[in-house]
Design a protein around this ligand. Structure first.
Ligand SMILES: C[S@@+](CC[C@H](N)C(=O)[O-])C[C@H]1O[C@@H](n2cnc3c(N)ncnc32)[C@H](O)[C@@H]1O
Length: 288
């Protein structure tokens, strides 16, 4: 983008709906720009400006899209709240939870689902012939909800208690089109899928047992492995969904950096506030 330095967007985003309908008129005027620069502040605006871009592309030699992603950090620390929750998860009795109005059981030692789980389950787009792979499935809630919409899925987890729990939930729900596999990242999964997804542990902290992997990701190993291995597990035109949040003690831009380093482009971002309202959960959609 260096050559665009100092270049100001010619039309503010808020005016695009109006401008799109007026394009034909403007195109006949002698001052209509040969180059157009759109400065897009929110990913959702992409959809708003889609028609405009298509129309503008007929008249412009070049169309520049500058996309900003607002991921400002909250003052809330992931480590503080998750340390307490982790101790509870290590000793808790099985709990009944509802995700997208479906009942799941979460066993001791397994991530007990939250707003992030539901946001991921609601955001992932799948067609009836599509297949998916979830890395880090926990209790299996996301995979079991997605399985209803598509052909089949595979889900892995490094915590054997999570895999057992997910199989238990699959049996309870009578779901037969998801295979649950115990493994680290993509280990043991050789096929390619239409959709890959991961709602990862956030903090780069050491672990002393597999249960702690629900919150701590030593050296950010799962995140790096996920984006590094994603292309090799993705069918043409596939999509990747990655869960994240704006906690103050994690690198809020990390998924975008890892995605870019591995050839992925951000296509969309959905978000929802935590129950406390102190931070925001995201699901980012990437294409290769
Ligand atoms: C935040 S929990 C999310 C669980 C579930 N997807 C959900 O949203 O409810 C992260 C999950 O990733 C798993 N995990 C962490 N590191 C992993 C790795 N290297 N390979 C596979 N799974 C991993 C954890 O055991 C945990 O179940």
């Amino acid at each position: 983008m260096a050559e665009r330095e100092g270049f100001e967007p010619s039309i503010p985003c808020g005016m695009l709906a109006f401008q799109a309908s007026a394009l034909d008129h403007y195109a006949t005027s002698p001052w209509f720009p040969l180059e157009l620069c759109l400065d897009i502040r929110r990913v959702g605006d992409i959809y708003q400006v889609g028609d405009f871009c298509l129309a503008a592309a007929r008249f412009c030699a070049k169309l520049w899209l500058i996309m900003h992603v607002d991921l400002s950090a909250s003052s809330h620390s992931a480590k503080d709240s998750q340390q307490k929750r982790l101790q509870e998860r290590k000793t808790a009795a099985p709990v009944a939870v509802k995700v997208c109005d479906v009942d799941f059981v979460v066993e001791r030692g397994v991530y007990d689902t939250s707003v992030d789980t539901e946001l991921m389950a609601q955001t992932v787009r799948l067609g009836s012939d599509d297949t998916f792979l979830e890395v880090g499935c926990g209790s299996g809630a996301i995979s079991l909800l997605l399985a209803k919409k598509c052909l089949r899925g595979v889900a892995t987890d490094i915590n054997p208690l999570a895999v057992e729990n997910a199989i238990f939930n699959a049996d309870r729900l009578g779901t037969e089109n998801v295979s649950f596999v115990w493994g680290d990242g993509f280990a043991g999964v050789d096929e390619k899928f239409n959709v890959l997804l991961c709602n990862p542990p956030y903090n780069n902290l050491p672990t002393s047992d597999p249960i702690e992997r629900m919150f701590w990701d030593p050296e950010d190993g799962l995140k790096k492995e996920f984006f590094h291995g994603a292309a090799a597990h993705l069918l043409p035109n596939g999509r990747v969904y990655f869960g994240w949040a704006n906690f103050g003690d994690i690198d809020v831009g990390l998924p975008l950096k890892l995605a870019e380093q591995n050839g992925f482009v951000l296509m969309n971002k959905t978000q929802r506030p935590s129950r406390s309202g102190k931070y925001i959960f995201y699901v980012m959609e990437f294409a290769y």
